[in-house]
Design a protein around this ligand. Structure first.
Ligand code: UD1
Ligand code: MG
Length: 452
């Protein structure tokens, strides 16, 4: 579809509000749900709904939001609203950027993190059958939301709560804030919006009444309240997180992931889990994790930027950091940290180790307490362990170092040179035995104590 086709879609995402209710040095729309910022989520949804152009409206008060938006949509598609004079005024800030665009424009907010591409798609579809399409929802507690004044399925007006008559306040059909409209119609309606209301702001919502006045047909479709949850405060953000986590847990279980206590497992926006995986209680997934079928992630493990191969076992109490690539049927046990290491098929590191930067060959065995000494305070170095190698407990492997296939290191060794395939390296103090020494020592000390 070209930009000039009548079917073209664009989005205007409003992100210029101050977000004061978050009470945070981090701008509201950069707060995350499922490990992804609300701004990124809004852009994802717009792009997922087929928007060729995505315009983000930012304020001058948060340069970080501008930087984040430019990274996603390019500087040409980030426009400034300064000062913020209302939602209608904010959409109008995108007028120039969309001057050459011919098609349908959807307006959405960067602080409604659970709005999906599917929901936006539904509003666009309604927009083909109406002059103006508004997304509404039935509010359990309509509070400060704009009320939908409906006549059948025709929308007569959106009335902001502050402007409602007592009768209108009892309406539970509310405005989500999302609407779609032909670009030229939208901006011509916005040109008529006035600020003669109790807040002295230019309300986007006034375009509905203005459209009716022109004899146009605004219509409404509905989403669930959860779909359009707004996150304006830390508490609301936590509600959005819970709703999102519940949804993704349900989707994974429906796809055949076994979780005996799903409410204790936390996923990221991009977590990939195959069917036939078991995830025990209290597991946390940071960004960038993929788990292959048959793997078991045992209790209290934390994973980010990691891939877990088929049938592998992780934890309990394991930590996989970015670049951990765990091979098929490998075992990573309790209190083992793996960072930027490929672990070969069937290899085992079952207890108390730090494996950072390098690789472990298939079927190697890493003894308890093994440390890859990968960092000298300036640079990082690699530890390469061959297939079937056996690393004795409490070995320190001082990188860069290579342990050959089938080689062994003796327990307690500090290995500073490469070990040849099939060799055994021992690097520790010699053992000296003193027969009878302990018995004599105890006898002497007991006598001393008795004499006091
Ligand atoms: C708005 C709607 C209301 C709806 C509610 C849904 C209007 C007038 N009211 O009210 O009908 O029920 O959302 O949550 O539209 N923003 C700007 N510039 C501004 C003002 C706001 O970019 O000058 C942005 C904010 O960052 C936010 C969004 O627009 O992302 C909504 O603004 P907000 O002040 O939260 O509107 P509400 O009063 O909640
Ligand atoms: Mg709001």
């Amino acid at each position: 579809m070209t930009e000039n086709s009548p079917q073209s879609r664009a989005a205007v995402i409003l992100a210029a509000g101050q977000g004061t209710r978050m009470k945070s040095p981090l701008p509201k729309v950069l707060h995350k749900v499922g490990g992804r910022s609300m701004l990124d989520r809004a852009i994802d949804a717009a792009q997922g709904a087929g928007c060729d152009r995505v315009i983000v409206v930012v304020g001058n008060h948060s340069p970080e939001v501008r930087v984040a938006a430019e990274k996603r949509v390019g500087a040409d598609n980030v426009v400034t609203q300064d000062p913020p004079l209302g939602t209608g005024h904010a959409v109008n800030a995108a007028k120039h950027a969309l001057a050459a665009f011919d098609g349908a424009v959807i307006v959405s907010y960067a602080d409604t993190p659970l709005v999906s591409a599917e929901v936006l798609g539904k509003v666009f579809e309604l927009g083909r059958r109406a002059d103006l399409a508004v997304l509404g929802f039935e509010a359990a507690d309509p509070g400060a939301y704009g009320r939908l004044a409906l006549d059948g399925d025709q929308l007569e007006a959106i009335v902001e709560a502050r402007e409602c008559t007592p009768e209108q306040l009892s309406i539970t059909a509310c405005n989500s804030g999302i609407l779609a409209c032909d670009r030229s119609v939208l901006f011509s309606l916005l040109a008529e919006v006035k600020n003669d209301n109790s807040k002295g702001e230019y309300y986007l919502t006034d375009v509905v009444g203005l459209a009716r006045h022109r004899g146009l047909t605004p219509r409404v479709c509905f989403a669930s309240e959860d779909d359009v949850l707004g996150a304006n405060s830390q508490a609301e953000l936590a509600v959005a997180e819970r709703v999102w986590q519940d949804g993704v847990r349900r989707r994974f279980m429906d796809a055949g992931v076994h979780m005996p206590a799903p409410e204790t497992v936390f996923f990221s926006w991009d977590t990939q889990v195959s069917s036939g995986v078991t995830i025990e209680p209290n597991v946390v997934f940071g960004a960038g994790v993929a788990i292959d079928t048959g793997a078991v992630i045992r209790a209290f493990s934390h994973l980010e930027g990691a891939h877990v191969g088929e049938g592998a076992q992780i934890g309990p109490y394991a930590r996989l950091r970015p670049g951990a690539d765990i091979g098929r049927d490998a075992h990573i046990g309790n209190f083992v940290e793996v960072k930027n290491v490929a672990i070969g098929a069937g290899a085992k590191a079952n207890h108390l180790s730090y494996l950072g930067d390098g690789s472990v060959g298939a079927s190697a065995n890493i003894g308890a307490g093994t440390i890859f000494c990968n960092y000298d305070g300036y640079f990082k170095y690699k530890t390469i362990i061959g297939e079937r190698a056996f690393i004795g407990s409490n070995s320190s492997l001082v990188a860069p170092v290579t342990i050959g296939d089938g080689a062994m290191t003796a327990s307690g060794s500090v290995i500073t040179r490469d070990v040849a395939p099939g060799a055994m390296a021992i690097a520790r103090g010699q053992q000296a035995d003193k027969p009878g020494w302990a018995t004599a020592f105890r006898a002497q000390k007991s006598a001393e104590k008795a004499g006091k």
